[in-house]
Every structure is written in structure tokens, then in C-alpha cells.
Design a binder for this molecule. Structure first.
Ligand SMILES: NC(=O)c1ccc[n+]([C@@H]2O[C@H](COP(=O)([O-])OP(=O)(O)OC[C@H]3O[C@@H](n4cnc5c(N)ncnc54)[C@H](O)[C@@H]3O)[C@@H](O)[C@H]2O)c1
Length: 240
């Protein structure tokens, strides 16, 4: 059966890998991002719709829900990979705007996406939110506000999973460790990255496709008894 999946953050990185994998699996995909979503490898199939949405704005999330209701009709799964990190060298350099942006994109959007889209998901529907190992570590230098938003995602996942379980909708999160995307290269020099990756038992960063596969596995019908969990996808970096 073809499933209809909404993927956010699909312009690049992990969200793009989720879009590519879902298309390869035969799913129908609505791919959204603040930036234009480039065509997938091999061209754009009819099963793909793309849309530009700034998820930092709740009004745009409401507009997305209206579009999905009218043009798509319903959803089977949501993978909310859009996110943003702002690393600063000193605590004094963190601005109110830095804090608010990360809060809006990483945490507030997750809550309002679930709230606005839950009516489109029927029995068996599934939502995957994106946390980070930062939820546990508090961030590895210069990223405490980011880490706090990702801890918020874990709490949101637990709370919303209970709220939506009676409707047969599952809500889970995934907490990646170091993934080889632009986010791992922004404001982190090579020496810092090498030092961080040296602490990963698997000895490397994750490929975005590996995280995409794990995130999508949580949405599949055979994950039907999983809800409220945060999947630790850190290559053994943290085991808890
Ligand atoms: N890369 C890592 O090492 C890592 C580790 C842990 C968690 N994560 C999480 O995984 C998710 C994906 O990260 P990534 O590494 O692919 O990042 P990325 O920076 O490569 O891609 C993020 C995508 O989100 C989009 N986006 C940002 N703000 C948006 C907004 N306001 N509205 C709509 N789209 C917006 C960007 O345009 C971009 O396409 C994020 O939630 C991130 O916090 C990443």
C-alpha cells in the first residue's frame, strides 16, 4: 500500500535522505523546507510534492495543514527533520535572536505540527520528531540553547504520545549523534570534529541515509508497539 509521508527539512541533510529513502520505498512524499527542495536523484516522480514553508512561523504550519487537507487528503506519517543550530564561541555571544530561532524551529514547530496535523493522521498514523544526543549531554560546547530545545523534543514526544495513543497515533523521536551533514560542519573546525568523532565507538559519523532509514523504520506498521520513545542513534557514543 502506498503511504503518504510528510518530510520536513527536505532541502538537504537528513531530511533530504528521508525523502529519497521514502521515494525509493514507493511512498508518496510531501517534502517541505524553508529553502527550495532540489529534485531527488533520478528526477522528480509524480509521487513527490514539494512546498516551501518556514516552520518557525506557526501561521505557515497552519497553512501547510490546510494545503495537506485540501490537496493530499490525509497522511500516514510525518518525519519532522527540519532543525537549526547556532554555535557561539562564548556564552556572552549568544543573542536573544539565536535562542528564539532555535526554540521556534526545533521545538515550537514540533508541537504545532503535531497539533495541526493530527486530524490528518488516522488510526495507525505515526510521527517522528528529531532530538539529538545533546538532549542528554547538554551540548558539547557553544550549543546549550540548542541542546535545551532537543531535550524539549524528548518531553514533547513523551507527552504527545500519551495524548494521541487513544486515537491510534504513535509519536516517537530519534536522537542522532554526529551525522555527516552541513550541521556538523557549521562553526565546527576539522580538529573539533575529529575530537568529537574519536569518542564514537563505531569510529565515524553517521551517513544521513543511515539516520533516515532508522527514522522511517519507526513509522512503519511493524513498529506498531513503539510510542513515546527516543531512539538513540549515536553509534554507541552514548549508551543509556
Ligand atoms: N547533523 C547532525 O549531526 C545532527 C545530530 C543530531 C541531531 N540532528 C538533527 O537532525 C535534524 C536534521 O539535521 P541536518 O543535520 O540534516 O541539518 P541540515 O542543516 O543539513 O538541514 C536542516 C534542514 O532544515 C531546514 N530548515 C531549517 N530551518 C527551517 C525552517 N524554519 N523551516 C523549514 N525548514 C527549515 C534547512 O533549510 C535544512 O534544509 C535536525 O533537527 C537536527 O537538529 C542533526
Amino acid at each position: 500500500m502506498t503511504r503518504r509521508i510528510l518530510v520536513t527539512g527536505a532541502a538537504k541533510g537528513i531530511g533530504r535522505a528521508v525523502m529519497e529513502r521514502a521515494l525509493a520505498d514507493g511512498d508518496e512524499v510531501v517534502a517541505v523546507d524553508r529553502d527550495p527542495v532540489p529534485d531527488p536523484v533520478g528526477g522528480s516522480p509524480r509521487r513527490l510534492r514539494t512546498r516551501r514553508v518556514d516552520l518557525a512561523r506557526v501561521a505557515e504550519i497552519t497553512g501547510l495543514a490546510e494545503y495537506l487537507a485540501e490537496d493530499v487528503g490525509g497522511l500516514d506519517a510525518v518525519v519532522h527533520a527540519a532543525g537549526v543550530i547556532v554555535r557561539r564561541g562564548s556564552l556572552d555571544d549568544v543573542t536573544e535572536d539565536d535562542f528564539d530561532l532555535q526554540y521556534a524551529v526545533n521545538l515550537r514547530s514540533a508541537f504545532f505540527l503535531v497539533v495541526r496535523l493530527r486530524h490528518l493522521l488516522g488510526e495507525g498514523g505515526s510521527i517522528v520528531l528529531f532530538s539529538s544526543q545533546g538532549w542528554w549531554t547538554g551540548g558539547l560546547g557553544g550549543s546549550a540553547p540548542y541542546a535545551a530545545t532537543k531535550a524539549g523534543v524528548v518531553a514533547l514526544t513523551r507527552g504527545l504520545s500519551r495524548e494521541l495513543a487513544p486515537r491510534g497515533i504513535r509519536v516517537n523521536a530519534i536522537a542522532p549523534g554526529f551525522v555527516d551533514t552541513d550541521m556538523m560542519h557549521t562553526h565546527l573546525d576539522e580538529a573539533d570534529r575529529d575530537r568529537l568523532v574519536a569518542g564514537v565507538p563505531l569510529g565515524r559519523m553517521a551517513d544521513p541515509a543511515e539516520i533516515a532509514a532508522s527514522a522511517l523504520s519507526l513509522t512503519r506498521p511493524d513498529a506498531s508497539y513503539l510510542t513515546g520513545i527516543t531512539l538513540n542513534a549515536s553509534g554507541g557514543q552514548l549508551i543509556y
